[in-house]
Write a protein of this length. Structure first.
Length: 202
């Protein structure tokens, strides 16, 4: 019996889902749900999974951000709940890492995404046979990031809708699965980078 992996991406307004047995049997779906995500995610998950069942899943993967605060939280909570109930591993994968992997570029890749208050979410990766983190996800000002990325040959700016990068989430999880990693569901935590509400001291 084939074992499948289910990947979930909710860190932008669209929902990205992908299921694969990594032997040629795979499918994906991207839907712009916007505010409907919180109320309809489980329905979409259940319908998308068919004809497979929850018991066919070997592991789960989820985008942990950076991205939209509410969407990221909803996706991570749903994935953690499923992994806990099914007693299977859960891979939390950076949204920026998925973008770097799907860029197709081999070499050093600088990825940026707009954040609140004029700042940027940033990361640097080295892509060859695998994807290596050179600088982990961080929040920077535009001038700080400009200084760093000048030395990088390939640069990617995240687009507003990122559901299609669910393929990268799935691929990165598979790489780590093949390395023998079996992360517990509790290890998958959302990366927000910034507090959603700016605090001001009087």
């Amino acid at each position: 019996m084939s074992l499948y992996a289910l990947a979930i991406h909710t860190s932008s307004p669209d929902l990205g889902l992908m299921i694969s047995d990594f032997e040629g049997n795979q499918r994906s779906s991207v839907q712009n749900l916007g505010r409907e995500l919180s109320s309809s995610l489980h329905v979409h998950l259940t319908e998308f999974l068919k004809p497979q069942s929850w018991q066919d899943l070997a592991f789960l993967a989820v985008a942990i951000g950076p991205g939209g605060f509410t969407g990221t939280r909803i996706g991570v909570v749903a994935a953690r709940t499923l992994a806990q109930q099914l007693e299977i591993p859960l891979f939390g994968v950076s949204s920026l890492a998925a973008i770097a992997l799907q860029s197709g570029y081999r070499g050093t890749i600088a990825v940026q995404m707009p954040a609140q208050r004029g700042e940027l979410y940033t990361a640097i990766y080295q892509r060859d046979e695998t994807l290596k983190v050179m600088q982990p996800d961080a929040v920077m000002t535009a001038p700080e990031w400009e200084q760093i990325k000048q030395s990088i040959d390939f640069r990617v700016e995240a687009e507003p809708h990122q559901g299609r990068y669910v393929e990268g989430i799935s691929a990165i999880a598979l790489i780590n699965w093949k390395k023998g990693e079996r992360p517990h569901w509790s290890e998958a935590l959302p990366y927000y980078g910034q507090h959603p509400v700016e605090t001001k001291l009087n």
